[in-house]
Design a protein. Sequence first.
Length: 172
Amino acid sequence: MRRGPLRIAVVLGSLILVPTLGVAQDSTVSNPHERVVTLLAGVGNALGWLGMQGEYYVAGDRISLFAGLGYTPEIDRGDAHGITPAVGVRGFTSGLRHRGFLEISVTQVGIQTGPQGSSRHYGPGIQAGYQFSAVAGFTFMVSFGVAYAIGVDPSLNSVGELLGIGLGYTWR
């Protein structure tokens, strides 16, 4: 049986290509451009007002879980202030560097000051936002939304606005 150069090339190509295709389809091999973790510092409800936020990506970096920890300063004398946590989940549009997101979170929505003193109120919220994440790591995020403050005096408005702006780094 005669073996021509074309047949040898096909056999050798198959021996090289088939295992490579198998690895490419393996779900344990990740895309080198997928985000893994982001660390941000900035201002906003999901950042603990004035603080930092860690974000962990799942589902091929289209969903993230985040936790923020910051500080609420005493702006007016007697305002409630102190350490401020936040948690939530984001769903992202596709995109290597530029993408939008929708966020659901539990954050500090506002501060209520009255005759009995000052209190901080947390509640669920929803935000829409934009994230720029350079392949080299630099990350910028901005978001706006609304939230419902639980436990606010019924005579006051319990719906508040959410905002966020942060700078940081994303590891891929």
